[in-house]
Design a protein around this ligand. Sequence first.
Ligand SMILES: [Zn+2]
Length: 233
Amino acid sequence: MWSGVVPTAVTRAVADGIYLLEVGWPEPIGANAYLIDDGEVTLVDAGLPVGRRSLAAELSAVGHGVGDLDRVLVTHYDLDHVGGLRGLDADVPVHVGAADARLADGTWAPPPAHPKGAFHRLLRRLFPLSENVQPVTDGDRVGGFRAVHAPGHNPGHTVFLHDDLGAALLGDLVRERDGRFRPPPWIDSYDLGRLAESVDRVASESFEHACVGHGRPVSPDGGDRLRRLAAEL
Ligand SMILES: [Zn+2]
């Protein structure tokens, strides 16, 4: 729970250059965002539209202003990951998996019979992405990151790997609880079969710092922890 202690860059550091932004809400309501500083400044995901602390305040807690941002990476188009972009007022490219860019702009119609499809049909009316959207596909390089298309939770869900920092920005590929990873629930995912394939694929990558959207980041040994889940699925 919120302790009233003002967080600082030190308390938010997952590892060198990797900072956790809790975007104002504790679990299970909120989703994590991250700031990566590798000489360029990248925001990964943006949390809910309304937090107890603003995204700008979270950025300043790790020593940056909105004007420092070079880009935003979005792991997937869900309200708890893109809502905070509204009002951020950062004129920077927003990189998002190509299928989720189509989901957001309406050129792909999600199945209305799936609970998540119905939700997305509403979400894209209320929270369209900015005009600065840059769709990414598997293997694309964006700054120090490499995009790995990891569908299942969403069709365009993308994991961003930073090989130099040993970091994997996992979004909602998995959730962390009590130090273990689990897949997100079926009601919140389009295709759990594809999601298991995505877990397998990302688990074959090499990284230490597993930065999840929900739960605590696992660092070090994040890659080993994901391989353990892949073996169970
Ligand atoms: Zn989420």
